[in-house]
Design a protein. Structure first.
Length: 321
């Protein structure tokens, strides 16, 4: 079902771009005691997990966005908020995002659910009596929704929450190539090109020429010549079609919260799912403002309110306690 969000944007952060940029540029760093774990995958590669606590509560996996990591502006705040509610939060880096290049040529992408499925399998075997949940931001939210739609009643999670999901990847690629949103595209592609150029500088198994990456300066080109061949898709169109989460939402049977802002500069409004696509157990909360993974409230700039860190733990408590 589609609901109106209770979020009220800070008056001093008007518009989607302000909401998107402010936490990334201005949020103070938080410090938590963390424990790192390297998990070996069935294909011999690895991913890195980071545990914020192991207090016996329900385990909540946090999935980051494109080129995200433990340093992403939303990570530590959400880990802390989940920990304060008595949950046991664990941050999952996608392949190659923890600061160490992964071993295989392939990496991660918006529709890669196999690694999440493996992590959940390991956690279920390790903690058979504890409930599991997951929270996904942006690309991580797309991965999570696709996974939930694939697994349906076989899903091992008890609840899930997603923020600022690019429901239709092709529409997101087009939106990020327009106007001020090109700033985000440029920033993300610069990081991706730099990471992949470094990764393949001493190996020869890239299905593309790293020297040509500078010419692929928008997501459609980059995904067509890099993401698609690297992960077995014929082209960017096939990648977008098979990996967009929007068609999978109708198959979700798990209590799932989706938070999205109409002014999200990463996605056009008409790419947001309609009422007929959202089953009763999925709660799509739409707000007029919030930007992309922003949702900053509060009356004073020096006392911001990170609303997501209130809303998401509140939702999960109903299904995990």
């Amino acid at each position: 079902m589609i609901l109106s969000s209770g979020f009220k944007a800070a008056w001093w952060l008007p518009g989607g771009h302000a909401q998107t940029l402010w936490p990334a540029l201005m949020r103070r760093k938080l410090h938590l005691q963390l424990q790192r774990e390297r998990l070996t995958l069935p294909d011999g590669d690895f991913i890195d997990l980071v545990w914020a606590a192991n207090n016996g509560g329900a385990i909540v996996i946090l999935l980051h966005g494109l080129e995200g990591s433990l340093r992403s502006h939303y990570t530590m705040g959400m880990l802390q908020a989940l920990q304060r509610q008595g949950f046991c939060p664990v941050f999952m880096h996608f392949r190659g995002c923890s600061g160490t290049h992964n071993l295989k040529a392939r990496g991660y992408h918006s529709g890669e659910t196999g690694d999440l499925r493996q992590v959940l399998r390991v956690l279920r075997e390790r903690f058979p009596d504890r409930k599991l949940a997951a929270v996904g931001y942006s690309l991580g939210g797309n991965v999570l929704l696709k996974y939930l739609g694939e697994e349906q009643s076989a899903c091992v999670l008890s609840a899930a929450a997603c923020v600022s999901v690019p429901f239709e990847l092709s529409r997101a690629a087009d939106r990020l190539n327009l106007g001020f949103s090109q700033l985000y595209q440029s920033h993300l592609l610069r990081h991706m090109r730099r990471r992949l150029a470094d990764k393949f500088s001493s190996r020869d198994d890239a299905p593309f020429s790293p020297a040509n990456m500078a010419h692929w300066n928008n997501f459609r080109l980059f995904d067509n010549f890099v993401t698609a061949p690297l992960h077995g898709f014929s082209d960017s169109d096939e990648y977008y079609r098979l990996c967009s989460s929007r068609p999978f939402i109708k198959n979700i049977v798990l209590p799932t919260l989706i938070i999205h802002a109409v002014d999200d500069p990463f996605l056009p409004v008409d790419a947001i799912p309609e009422e007929t696509e959202v089953p009763d157990q999925v709660f799509l909360e739409l707000s007029r403002a919030g930007g992309h993974a922003g949702f900053i409230g509060g009356y004073l700039p020096w006392r911001p309110r990170y609303w997501l860190e209130e809303r998401i733990p509140e939702f999960l408590k109903h299904y995990l306690n």
